[in-house]
Design a binder for this molecule. Sequence first.
Ligand code: ADP
Length: 472
Amino acid sequence: MAKKNIKLKWTLLATYMLIGIIPLVIMTQIALESVQGYFVEERKKELLLQANVISGHISISDYMYDESKAFVFDYDINHTSKQSGYRIMVLDRSGVVVNDSNKTEEGKTYFLPEITDALNNKDVARVMENDTVHAAVSIVDDRSNCIGVVLVCDSVTDIYENVAAIRHKIFNMIMLLMVVVVLIDLFMAWWFTNPLNKTIEVIKKMSDGHFDQRIPVNDFLHTELAELAESSNNMAEQLDRIETSRREFVSNVSHELKTPLSSIKVLSDSILIQDPETVPKEMYVEFLQDINSEVDRMTAIINDLLTLVRMNREEVELKPAFVNLSEMIGDIVRRLEPIAEKNGITLKYNMVDEVTAEVEATKISLAVSNLIENAIKYNTENGSVNVTLEADGQNAFITVADTGIGISEEDINKIFDRFYRVDKNRDRETGGTGLGLSIARSAVLMHNGSIKVSSSENEGTTFVINIPLRQK
Ligand code: ADP
């Protein structure tokens, strides 16, 4: 977990660097380069201007050819150099230095490219390797002949130094900014990872089976993380519910199977302790019949359970086909009529509409059978059961109404729960498993339908199944 936090932290830091600091460094560098370039160009222009002024002055004063003016020439050059702070050299046509404000190069011959350019009447200014600018300008006589060159030199290190000082200041600021960014990043990483860690911790506990864990949503200020925490909490609640219902289911199944098993055990024990010589044969038969009916009951429970489990399996897909519901219900009613008759119940089928619907016949048939069987089972003497089939443009409605014992308001919401039976004793006689309505509801829900019940105690119960005629 700690490893992941470091990763997130560094990712955030790298992101800030990438989108913040690096472009800032590059932009500063570019800006400073162009500022430096601008000042150097300005310096070149200035030197060229100065060189031009001097060249014009030499030309007018005829310093190059008039030996008598040598002193004034010298004074002029020195004076101008002192005033401007530039080094000034004057060279003749052959590149020999005739005057140097520094007095070190006089008499020497210079073969610099800028001097050659100037002798060809092309004024140039260049930055040399030793960070000085050379501005070379030709001196022309009154017949426009090039008679020499004025070379004005000045260092540009002052410009470089100034720019370097600015750069230094900016980079110091960037360093400071980086420290601030790292601090913000650490804070942000904590800000994000802290609630994330809490969420992960709780989810881990959940995955270990502790579904009672909840993430403290109020600690989170960020909406997305709060949403994540809330969704995780909802998931935990759902898992909690599933787990509770699973436990209940297992305990119900065990209990339901234990009852007939205990009965079998009691019956077989009580017959085994008898003396076989004295026990009449009829007693054996009676006990075996009782054991047989308990086995039948267990078989019925297991069969119902298997049906229910099969229906609730997600991967089981509905295989619907067009089925004539009118005929299907007619068949069910005919099949159950003998049982109704045996119980003294009148079973009627009222087909209002001829209906064909897209259903899986076995499943809907099972649901309807369960409802009619219940209506017969939980009826009163001379009672009746009315089965009605109707349809509108979209849905089929199958109503099973009885004049039976009814269901109390307290029980009506629980009758669809697995193994729920209103009267356990009575149901043992009727052979109910408490799973019939769960199976019926699962079958109807699989068809995107609904099942509703209304009842009054001692008056009767009405179930209405509603299924769409077409499955999407
Ligand atoms: P069972 O196998 O016990 O019939 P069901 O799931 O079909 O299980 O029904 C659950 C309980 O609902 C029944 O035990 C019964 O108490 C009640 N019940 C179901 N149908 C009716 C009905 N038509 N009239 C009265 N009570 C009913």
